[in-house]
Design a protein around this ligand. Sequence first.
Ligand code: IPM
Ligand code: MN
Length: 349
Amino acid sequence: MHKIAVIPGDGTGPEVVNEGLKVLEAAGKKFNFKYETKTFDFSGERYLKTGKLVEDADVEALKKYNAIFLGAVGHPDVKPGILETNVLLKLRFALDQYINLRPVKLYNSNYCPLKDKKPEDIDFVVVRENSEGLYKGMGEFQNKGTKEEVAIQISYNTRKGVERCLRYAFEFTRKRNKRKKLTLCGKTNVLTYAWDLWERTFKELAEEYPDVTTDYAHVDATTMWFVKNPEWFDVIVTDNMFGDIITDLGAMIQGGMGIAAGGNINPSGVSMFEPIGGSAPKYTGQNVINPLAAICAVGMMLDNLGEEKAAKAVEDAVIKLVSSKLKSLAAGKMGYSTTQVGDLVVENL
Ligand code: IPM
Ligand code: MN
């Protein structure tokens, strides 16, 4: 029995989560697995009403689950930063989900903004460090509010944190078994403390993985290659901030936020799966948002739960849909409503 915690969140989060759960139910029937869900309300709405965010007791409760399925975080009436820090980042950090796994896969060239790129050209995975770096929230103001003000934001990188992320990336590249190429994406030419540690550790670990080809690219160049030669990449490993930035670009070349999913992974604990786009307030409640990213997140969650066949079937059902009926992956332009897209995926299953 898989115990799944569901956090619908804000904006269009609940709508896409419903479609994800619809597909989960169909997959459970088809592949004969049992699961139960419990919904946790960590929304902006609740915060505005009660002042409550994710508390330590909530984290303890979530630790009893096998996986978490999250919709979206972000509410137009809540000051930016509050929900991000106290819901999403709080969960990632407190549950030690130190990997953010973001596949970038083009399912249909019609949805790709790059000229002449085919599905086989865009098929890589970004392994983003998810617990340290600039996201640690370290720093200070000096002389705040004066003309002499200094704002310091520290990138915090520990040997242990860097090593566990790199090791995961090497193991992942090996297991993925495609081109067995791992690219470190950094900025060794300027950020000479953080990226010195990353590069040294990367080279050390590479010795243990002679079957994995290694490569290095600066982050600025990486964004260029994403557009020019995405086919060069197999697995990319990078820090938290660079990973955040390059995966938005990654999402665009795979067809947009409507299809991009990710997993916040704790390899020995509870992991959390989410569509990587935001809460899209302007589309809320209109039944127009694309639920495929959330459905793909369910696919990733099933894989993580050991239901590999079901995971593959969900992905195949999505591929079938985007190769045939769907007009676009963008909200309001799919040719179908949110709920209809969910139904079509279920049909394809
Ligand atoms: C993401 C998001 C988050 C991040 C925000 C909402 C805190 O952009 O998951 O990529 O920066 O990690
Ligand atoms: Mn982001």
